[in-house]
Design a protein around this ligand. Structure first.
Ligand code: PLP
Length: 354
């Protein structure tokens, strides 16, 4: 079985069942579900009136987070993070006249645990504080009370056609459009085709869903519009069993940790996993030629994404730490679709290839 890449959904595996919003989301405050994380950021930017139209973002970031700020005419600045993916507080303090500050934990870990004093200082300067909890959605550590807003992308955790959100104690006004049909239909059909492919291994299905996902991604790339979540995703979110998500990911992560920790040629980024962490992936640094290892793993049907290629907005501004992270990091899948045998296959493949 192939490991990694897009999730799938079973046809009609969901029922019309309007449960309340689950506590894993409602614990962050009043929540509005959107069709994407970038849409949630756009919605947020409609609500706020910061002192300066500037945003300070981590330099280790996905370009789709920068996009809505860019489009709304914000000047974007970037602070440094270190090799363990923690923000460098000195870098944050070196910026003045900031209107919005965004921080995040990576891969499920509380890598932003060193920010209390920084956030207090920013708050005193009336800076609006956002935490992007895309990576830490299911981790249970306590969040900063100084956060004004939470935003995130949900579709990275399980199979849904679309999904992002904004949450806050400050009421978020919402006047959302329906998501574009073309995008949702493409995502639904591709997710279902992938499900069929995983059962039948029919090559034509694979070609079809890959083309579908690609087209849907292109549509999303060019659209920071503010849309409500589609009905299918909304239903899945309200009914999903997150215990299974948390348990499987933690077990898989622990197994990878035990067996990949001492392999020469790679460096494990998080060497232990506290009880309150739900990991997104198992990230490693590959000491030499990450791209070759990645493509060799693909020949064994193991698909590891890279978080993230350097966004265009950052080219030319980067220090060597971020460049090294981006050039050598590899995210190994450890999600709820897989069991220990799958993790064993990944470990054996890496040992053989490295
Ligand atoms: C940390 C983070 N936040 C937000 C987003 C935007 O999410 P979406 O793809 O749902 O727009 C991404 C996308 O990769 C992300 O990695």
């Amino acid at each position: 079985m192939e490991i990694g890449s897009e999730f799938w959904i079973e046809k009609d595996s969901y029922e019309i069942n309007y449960e309340l919003l689950p506590s894993w989301l409602s614990r962050f405050g009043d929540t509005v579900l959107t069709s994407s994380g970038r849409g949630a950021i756009s919605l947020l930017l409609q609500q706020i009136d910061p002192k300066y139209k500037t945003v300070l973002l981590p330099a280790y970031i996905c370009d789709s987070v920068i996009l809505p700020f860019d489009e709304q005419g914000y000047e974007c600045y970037f602070y440094e993070v270190d090799k363990r993916l923690s923000p460098k507080t000195g870098s944050i303090k070196s910026y003045k006249n900031i209107g919005v500050f965004l921080h995040m934990g990576y891969y499920g870990f509380f890598t932003n645990a060193n920010l209390l004093k920084v956030l207090q200082d920013l708050k005193e300067q009336s800076v609006i504080i956002i935490e992007d909890i895309t990576h830490t959605l299911f981790s249970k550590f306590k969040r900063y009370e100084l956060n004004d807003y939470y935003i995130g992308s949900i579709h990275k955790w399980f199979g849904i056609p679309s999904g992002g959100f904004i949450a806050s104690d400050i009421i978020v006004k919402q006047d959302l459009l329906d998501p574009p049909n073309e995008f949702i239909n493409l995502r639904v059909s591709s997710l279902q085709q992938k499900f069929e492919y995983m059962k039948s291994k029919k090559k034509s299905l694979k070609d079809a869903y890959l083309a579908g996902f690609r087209k849907a991604e292109q549509l999303l790339d060019n659209d920071t519009g503010i849309y409500r979540i589609d009905k299918t995703s909304d239903m899945i979110i309200r009914n999903i069993d997150i215990k299974d998500i948390e348990n499987s990911r933690r077990l898989n992560f622990e197994f990878l940790l035990k067996h990949l920790n001492d392999i020469r040629g790679i460096e494990v980024i998080f060497k232990n996993i506290e009880n309150n962490v739900c990991p997104m992936f198992f990230p490693i640094y590959v000491r030499r030629d990450r791209d070759k290892l990645r493509s060799d793993l693909i020949t064994k049907e193991i698909y590891c994404p890279i978080h993230w290629p350097i966004p265009n907005q950052l080219v030319g501004y980067l220090n060597s730490t971020i460049k090294n992270i981006s050039d050598s990091i590899l995210s190994i899948p450890c999600d709820q679709r897989y069991c220990i045998d799958d993790m064993r296959r990944i470990i054996n493949s890496i040992k053989e290839l490295i």
